[in-house]
Design a protein around this ligand. Sequence first.
Ligand SMILES: CC(=O)NCC[C@H](N)C(=O)O
Length: 128
Amino acid sequence: MIVKQLDDLLGTEAEVRGAAFESRRILLAADGLGYSLHDTVVKPGSVQELEYRNHVESNYCIAGSGTVENVATGEVFDLRPGTLYTLDRHERHIIRAGDEGLRFVCIFTPALTGREVHDENGSYGLPD
Ligand SMILES: CC(=O)NCC[C@H](N)C(=O)O
């Protein structure tokens, strides 16, 4: 059994900061599960255009408000606590956070190692 506590990860390498988000990586590739699980906090008013070409990402909103847009179709979906979106077709998407920001429980498959950074496409690379 693996048991972890978010407080214990804060201030360690498992806490990753991007321009618009903080991602607390609770489970990573090193845990050997095939997926990684993150507690992701998105900054109020931020806009992120992303496209995970190498991963499938699921985001389950647990706080805040905003929208996610499917760039190819123009569809815009409201995000609020209880909303899940999964980028099962690696869709290019735009996340717009409202005034309170957003907080997600986030799962990536395959698992992130924790060293990835967004490239020019908004994608994370695969490990070497
Ligand atoms: C929704 C969002 O902010 N995605 C970017 C960060 C990603 N969820 C991560 O945890 O690395």
